[in-house]
Design a protein around this ligand. Structure first.
Ligand code: CA
Length: 500
């Protein structure tokens, strides 16, 4: 842990421009006692396809994110934190179950080809169920992707008292949908949509209501409604994910109501829109933080922010233009760190020290044990989850560490990866018998030099973990070299897979 250089720079800039630092007291001297005793409210804000390098506090220079930068400056910013997967559904399955992607049920985006492969079952225990049992009001606002209407994977059957948003990922591509779900009821919206596929996907020709704005309002309403009791809000944003159906039809899938401060930049339209999506997301976070202060919930609420996987190029956006992966190599669908290392920020005034950085190597699965720890709830057994509370509180010496992290990915064949001690990254690309590539993240952050030949002992250890680290799942077998490259998982789709 160290004082973040970014936090110091931000403080200096604020002083230079006469801006006062936020009214947050150091942890040793709380300004006033919390209004309510007991465990904190937990807010988890998840961006969709936001890269490691797309926030100012992670080095972004073109896109402005002052509210998230402030969130980091007032709390802790993790520098080596990983998503559950390199695409949406499995990453969220890991986040919800606390099991890594070699153990969790949903291991890929299967979608219309095999909805059951992308559905949580009754026997899966989610973090929402743990928090509900611990006495929390639980709400999901936004994208789900782990169950479809009427099946056992829907949020209301997976621990969420309240749900407003999208069930299907394809539906969630569309930022101007003609309906959303409120629990099990369809809520009509006045957008005019050209439908694509069977799950609500499409693109709008008459744009009236921007879903991101609506979800932000719903998130604020949920907080205001539950101010008297502990709550868990999972605000699962749909930005800056592209509308892939609009990209295919019209050539540009970055949807946003206006281009804001980027309108006059000498950039392409898609780059302007991409930046505006992220800045709008950031403004929505700022509004929620203002509400927490207004409701006097600030000090009894821990706010987490992250992204479900690396950045994309699916709107026509060029991730290189924004250096969206920062110093890392790869984007969404890669198992190099650019595909899976994500921003992770947490703020809890009076508890989390101000403006610290943590190099602790954690991942989405840790949210389960952390939430259980914060709430006094009981996490299920058989999970791959360590509470992050010591690292969050700046007590890194007490933080337990994973000996290794594991990923697998079922598009373009089957790929696997193991990260050993936060340092050695082994990637088996393409099929289950492929030779392991080895990178040393401490010396080669961009994973450019395969050093497998020089470290046979490390490779052998990683090969053992690639075999032992997973359980078999009938929907998500590891393919051999004869499998058709480019096909998704989800048990032999009959039609070419769409790409959520
Ligand atoms: Ca995603």
């Amino acid at each position: 842990m160290r004082k973040s250089r970014f936090a110091l720079l931000l403080a200096a800039a604020m002083l230079a421009f006469g801006v006062s630092l936020p009214a947050v007291s150091p942890p040793t001297a709380p300004a006033k006692p919390p209004a309510r005793k007991g465990p904190p409210n937990i807010i988890l804000i998840l961006a969709d396809d936001l890269g490691y390098g797309e926030l100012g506090c992670y080095g972004q220079t073109k896109i402005e994110t002052p509210n998230l930068d402030r969130l980091a400056a007032e709390g802790v910013r993790f520098t080596q934190f990983y998503a559950g997967s390199t695409v949406c559904a499995p990453s969220r399955s890991v986040l919800m179950t606390g099991q890594h992607v070699g153990h969790t049920r949903v291991r890929g985006n299967a979608g219309a080809n095999n909805p059951e492969a992308q559905m949580l079952k009754d026997e899966d225990v989610t973090v929402a169920e743990v928090l509900k049992k611990a006495g929390y009001a639980t709400g999901l606002i936004g994208k789900w992707g782990l169950g479809l209407p009427g099946d056992e994977g829907v949020p209301n059957k997976q621990g969420f008292d309240y749900f407003f948003g999208y069930l299907s990922q394809h539906h969630a591509h569309n930022h101007y949908p003609d309906y959303l779900w409120r629990n099990d009821q369809k809520v009509s919206l006045p957008n005019g949509v050209v439908p694509v596929g069977d799950f609500g996907g499409g693109y709008a020709t008459n744009r009236v209501v921007y879903a991101g704005d609506l979800l932000a309002q719903e998130a604020r309403d949920f907080v205001a409604r539950h101010r008297e009791r502990p709550f868990f809000l999972f605000w699962s944003m749909i930005t800056p994910h592209a509308n892939n159906e609009r990209t295919k039809a019209l050539g540009m899938g970055a949807e946003v109501p206006d281009l804001g401060q980027y309108a006059d930049r000498p950039w392409t339209d898609v780059h302007k829109a991409h930046a505006a999506m992220i800045t709008r997301l950031d403004e929505d976070v700022g509004r929620l933080m203002t509400l927490l202060r207004q409701l006097d919930l600030d000090r009894q609420t821990i706010v987490f922010f992250s992204s479900d996987n690396g950045p994309h190029r699916e709107s026509g956006n060029d991730p290189e233009f924004f250096r969206a992966s920062g110093p890392l190599r790869g984007i969404k669908r890669d198992l190099t760190d650019g595909g899976i290392r994500v921003p992770f920020i947490a703020r809890w005034p009076g508890k989390i020290p101000i403006g610290i950085e943590s190099e602790h190597v954690g991942y989405f699965g840790d949210f389960m044990a952390t939430a259980a720890d914060l709430s006094g709830g009981r996490a299920p057994r058989k999970i791959d989850s360590l509470s992050l509370l010591p690292a969050l509180l700046g007590k890194e010496g007490r933080q337990r560490r994973h000996p290794y992290l594991y990923w697998e990915f079922h598009e373009r064949g089957s790929s696997q990866a193991v990260l050993l001690d936060g340092e050695w990254k082994g990637i088996r690309p393409g099929h289950r018998d492929a030779p392991v590539q080895l990178f040393n993240l401490k010396k080669d952050l961009a994973e450019q030099k395969d050093v497998a030949a020089a470290h046979p002992g490390v490779v052998a250890k990683i090969e053992r973990l690639l075999r032992a680290g997973r359980t078999e799942n009938p929907h998500w077998p590891l393919k051999d070299a004869t499998a058709t490259p480019g096909k998704t998982g989800g048990a032999a789709p009959k039609t070419p897979p769409s790409r959520p």
